[in-house]
Design a protein around this ligand. Structure first.
Ligand SMILES: [Mg+2]
Length: 244
């Protein structure tokens, strides 16, 4: 199976530094001071965050889009400088879970994140986790997170010769948007309440599994449930329309 992890709030925390680097890049390129207070970054792609923040200051997409690439390059320069490794915290249970899954022949690990690819790499390198992931789908591929499961599957097919159709793909994330993008791609959704979204709000979306953190003893059973011969097939037989 293909297990795709979100980055921020799921694997690591950057204590507001990445958001500030993005706001700083907006200031550098557009000279606009965007308000981060009260704005939720959770589950959104980097390009989406820029477009939404600029909209709060009265700038339309057509004004922002032509300089988006330049802005995201500027963000990466700032992130490199403004995110020291000691401010990248690895969330509980993450190293153990990734090491275990990485040792299994029946599991492939990837990323599904709103971060632009180089931003995700930089954060995960600083966290010492980058080596675990063979492929990724990123905010630099699509502004709409709901389009990222097919991107990840295409990369998995190119790398490992398998698209991991249906519930053989699992999306693990901390935000409502992670659950929704799993659904949009016909993948299983495993929600983990270590980000900015409460466990109750995640439960309301009815993810296939819900964990307090990746240190929860239920983590590996929740992730590995969809294996051939596992209970997934019984669930799917009982609830045939659950994938959509
Ligand atoms: Mg997240």
């Amino acid at each position: 199976m293909l297990i795709l992890f979100d980055v921020d709030g799921t694997l690591i925390r950057t204590h507001g530094r990445a958001g500030r680097a993005l706001a700083g890049a907006i200031q550098d390129v557009f000279g606009v001071d965007v308000p981060l207070d009260g704005y939720r970054l959770s589950g959104k792609t980097d390009p989406q965050i820029v477009v939404e923040l600029m909209a709060t200051c009265g700038w339309g997409r057509e004004q922002v889009a032509p300089r988006l690439r330049e802005l995201l390059d500027r963000y990466l320069v700032r992130l490199e400088r403004e995110l020291p490794p000691e401010l990248v915290s690895v969330l509980p249970g993450v190293p153990e879970v990734l090491s275990h899954l990485g040792g299994r022949k029946d599991v492939r690990l990837g990323l599904l994140t709103g971060n632009v690819e180089k931003g995700a790499s930089l954060k995960l390198e600083r966290a010492g986790l980058a080596h675990h992931f063979g492929i990724g789908a990123y905010g630099s591929d699509e502004e709409d997170r709901n389009l990222l499961v097919p991107v990840a599957r295409a990369r998995a097919a190119a790398r490992w010769g398998d698209r991991f159709e249906g519930h053989r793909t699992i999306v693990v994330g901390d935000a409502e948007a992670d659950v929704r993008c799993a659904r949009a791609g016909g993948a299983r959704a495993v929600a983990v309440a270590t980000g900015g979204t409460s466990i109750e709000a995640l439960a309301d979306l009815g993810p296939d599994a819900l964990l307090a953190s990746l240190a929860d003893p239920a983590t590996l059973p929740a992730l590995l449930e969809g294996q051939p011969g596992g209970s997934e097939h019984r669930q799917r037989a009982a609830e045939p329309d659950r994938e959509r």
